[in-house]
Design a protein around this ligand. Structure first.
Ligand code: SAM
Length: 285
């Protein structure tokens, strides 16, 4: 285990954490990120809920909607799974398009927000507590699986997560997800000037780790993969990539969301959206 950087930081008004870069297992990632999202969920929904919309589908802080992007294809009558569904905003939009949406998330508190918005909006999304690396669904259950910044960058065993997705998708099914654009890994996660200067290697996959300074317990983890890693992962599990969207920062959009801002967004891509199809079996004869 190699620690290549250690600084002390206060993130999202939580107790002080040591920021490190070091290897972390899947179990450690899960044990950290579930409770972290539980702690952060109220603030997250209060800060971003209006931008997301109770039944809205945005792919990232740039505000590109699925209605504009059309990455998922026709949803009417389709069985759809959202992995890392949070409060279910995207899934409710899917329901409004005629899809049968289901959610899955690691955070109980996020799912409580999902239930709250279900009751308020009257659009109910069945959702289950779970992890992207062990989907509690039978093989061939869904026509579409997607994640909007959900789950994938919090998972260590990404190969298992993609394999699970391929398993629950029907042959020919559609898979799409958004993540922090891999090139952002080179820059400090800062919406202002410091976030414009590359300071670490794009090719260094060592996870970003926050450790509770008082207890020494890992409190939050993010994992990085390069664009090439994603292509190899998807192709290796039988997917054909059809889309890689890199939404531009819209003129006049002044929202600051973590490290995303107009200042950075005008110069570098902040979000990558992959769209792909699972291979359908060949007809014989
Ligand atoms: C940035 S939120 C995205 C949720 C929603 N799409 C939104 O825009 O608000 C990330 C979500 O991924 C969930 N998550 C993190 N690790 C996960 C895992 N291993 N499996 C499933 N969900 C996970 C978090 O609990 C959180 O709700």
């Amino acid at each position: 285990m190699s620690t290549i950087e250690t600084t002390l930081a206060i993130v999202n008004n939580q107790p002080p954490v040591r920021v490190e870069r070091r290897a972390v297992s899947e179990e450690e990632s899960r044990r950290a990120n579930g409770p972290d999202w539980d702690r952060y969920a109220d603030e997250y929904q209060a800060t971003h809920g209006e931008f997301l919309g109770d039944a809205g589908f945005v792919w990232g802080p740039e505000g590109l909607t699925e209605a504009e992007a059309g990455v998922l294809g026709d949803l009417d009558g389709r069985d759809v799974l959202e992995v890392g569904s949070g409060a279910g905003q995207c899934s409710r939009w899917v329901c409004a398009q005629g899809g049968r949406a289901f959610g899955l998330d690691l955070s109980y508190r996020q799912l409580q927000h999902s239930r709250r918005i279900d009751e308020q909006s009257g659009i109910r999304v069945p959702a289950v507590l779970g992890t992207a690396t062990a989907l509690p669904f039978a093989d061939d259950s869904f026509d579409v699986v997607f994640s909007s910044f959900g789950a994938l960058q919090f998972v260590s065993e990404i190969d298992v997560a993609i394999s699970e997705t391929a398993r629950v998708l029907r042959p020919g099914g559609r898979y799409a997800f958004s993540i922090t654009h891999p090139t952002r890994w080179m820059f400090p996660d800062d919406p202002d000037e410091p976030g414009l200067t590359a300071s670490q290697s794009y090719w260094d996959r060592t996870p970003y780790v926050e450790v509770d300074d008082a207890s020494g317990v890992v409190a939050y983890v993010e994992h990085h993969r390069t664009l090439g890693d994603w292509v190899a992962l998807l192709a290796g599990h039988g997917f054909t990539i059809t889309d890689l969207l890199e939404p531009e920062w819209p003129e006049g959009h002044e929202r600051v969301w973590g490290g995303w801002s107009a200042l950075r967004g005008r110069l570098t891509p902040g979000t990558a959206i992959f769209g792909c199809d699972l291979a359908a079996p060949r007809r014989v004869g």
